[in-house]
Design a protein. Structure first.
Length: 256
């Protein structure tokens, strides 16, 4: 089964360079894009992450502004609203069969309420890493939107299912929990006519992350380095989580 991938750029923010390039780029604030992705195949529409609405961006970004300053605000213009962009390509919220989460940080999960009928999917090891962690005190309140966690707990075993690493979530689509940047961080892959697409998400925020072996500051540095090796070893079409060059390398926004 081959799939078609669409890259959806929906907003941006500033973020400290030293957090994006671990122990480097001190004193810089780097402007980075926000993405989520659509995978279609076999009559099925799947989102990889949900994006964030303009209204949610103001709320979810408050913590970032409080920590790092106004230049780090989340910016999602109305015309970039994820639901509007999906509508522009003929996809209504009820048309989304499933959402696969790479992890549950707000810029990847906060738009969950827009998709009340979609099935929800997460790697089992990823879910367990944040709900039954080895060191609970390290998972602080506010790491993930509270309403997202509440919905997932409520729907577990109903519309929310957990999958094993490497299992076919849907034909040609698989998940691999890697950790690092966040304990639940998961790489998703999808087979297309152009080759395997590797949704690196925040396991590799930039192409530089892979090419230079340079991770972000992270929850677990050993896992972050493993994640970069894992992604590089796939040898596919890599889509980093926050690199502007994604739009240059894939100007049509479509793969497959």
């Amino acid at each position: 089964m081959t799939n078609q991938v669409r890259i959806i750029h929906y907003g941006e923010q500033g973020f400290p360079g030293s957090a994006l390039y671990h122990m480097g780029r001190f004193g810089e604030v780097l402007n980075i894009p926000f993405y989520f992705w659509v995978v279609q195949g076999g009559g099925r529409t799947v989102l990889i992450d949900t994006g964030v609405s303009p209204e949610q961006a103001k709320i979810e970004g408050e913590n970032t502004v409080a920590r790092f300053g106004k230049e780090c605000a989340w910016v999602v213009p109305p015309e970039k609203d994820p639901v509007k962009q999906l509508a522009d390509i003929g996809i209504a919220p009820d048309d989304v069969d499933a959402i696969i989460f790479t992890h549950l940080h707000g810029d990847h999960s906060a738009n969950l309420p827009a998709f009340p009928k979609s099935k929800l999917v997460m790697a089992r090891k990823a879910w367990e890493a944040i709900t039954s962690p080895a060191h609970p005190d390290l998972i602080k309140p506010g790491f993930y939107p509270a309403y997202v966690m509440e919905e997932l707990h409520r729907e577990l075993g109903k519309r929310f299912r957990l999958v094993e690493d490497g299992e076919d979530v849907f034909p040609g689509i698989r998940c691999y929990r890697v950790g690092g940047h966040s304990p639940d961080l998961t790489v998703v892959t999808a087979e297309t006519s152009e080759g395997e697409v590797v949704f690196a998400s925040d396991a590799a925020v930039f192409y530089d992350s892979i090419e230079l072996g340079w991770p972000t500051s992270s929850f677990n540095m050993a896992d972050s380095l493993y994640a970069l090796d894992f992604i590089k070893g796939r040898g596919g079409i890599v889509l980093p989580g926050h690199d502007w060059d994604v739009l240059k390398r894939h100007p049509t926004g479509v793969i497959g």
